[in-house]
Write a protein that binds this ligand. Sequence first.
Ligand SMILES: [Fe+2]
Length: 401
Amino acid sequence: MHSTSISVTPLDSAPFGAKVTLPEYAKNDPANLTDEDFETLFNGVHKHLVVVIPNQAELSPKSQYLITKRFDPSIPEPKEVEGAGSGAGYGHGKEFRHEQSVLKKDGTTVKSQPQVQILGQGKFGADEPGNENGEDISLTHPSHTTFHHTPLTEQQIKEENRTRFYRWHIDSALYDLSPPVVTTLLGIKVPPTTQKQTIVYEDSPNQETKLELTRGATCFTSGALAFKGLSPEDQKFALSTTVEYAPHPYIFISPAGATNDGLTMVSEDKEFSFDKLPEWESSKVKKLPMVWTNPVTKEHHLQLHGCCLYKLHTTNDDGSVTTLDLKDARNKAHELMRPAIEPEKVLAHAWSEGDLVIFYNIGVWHSVTGEFKGINKDGKDERRLMHQCNIASAVDPKTIQ
Ligand SMILES: [Fe+2]
């Protein structure tokens, strides 16, 4: 059924999220929305946090860029001199694919639209849908096995069909640049939704708590529900705390391993010392409030990146400041964040080909899941190709008291 205006329908039996149907005049391209219908989409994304527009497999990188950018009027127009492939305007800076960064292998850039990244798993020929670059590309799906301190065994992955939350995060460079307001993620080639994997909550009594999801599901949790679930003392703590991130945080943490739930890092003093990092300046180190207020719903969202944080600074009632250093800061972050990833609070998006997911990046945390390597019956890797776009904001998110 085609309609003359956009519709936003909350998802059934999910903690949050909505499905969007485009109006007929848009000709299946969300970049064509009128200002009025875009406002409905803008409000829907802020209210439901994750929205899905189906049947977008043909969406061009240019339209994806335009719709992403439209959510944040602070984004400057790209300068003509910026060369394609420079990554200019993307949510991460020039250290994004640094040799030692934990993000290095996460994708490649669309040459004609460098704000759009190609992510996935497997080799794709120059003529395959979604490979815009006119040459063969090879993609590697991030697997927890290269990031977690103590990964699942091969038997747990291949025979018990288990996976983990790879890394709960907000898309952001967390150095110099401000977090992007939204991220758009387009599934162009995805595995069949009949393939399931299981996440076992390894810290639950008898490991009884489990989440079953489609292979490669992208998981989201609401920062607003996370804040609401805190005790009054913890809400006060969160509202009075500034999170300081490490300089070049994805390089800083690269020698360390993450906790089994992907929420933070195991503290073993393995991080790079600051003098071993690429050049950095203290004015570019990110210090962000722990609570970011949603401008549409006015709700507070608990928003921190547990893997990349360095210190927590809390202002006390008398105006003095208490600082938690790396290990204690991670422990505190974990304590605050852990309840929000219980299965009933997680939206595990099962990808269908053509899904365009738009999520309010500064109001949710999300995580990759799924093991793709050597898991098919013939021992071959599963294949997947996605387009991702997010653009650093010109302003930091803030708490509105
Ligand atoms: Fe992400």
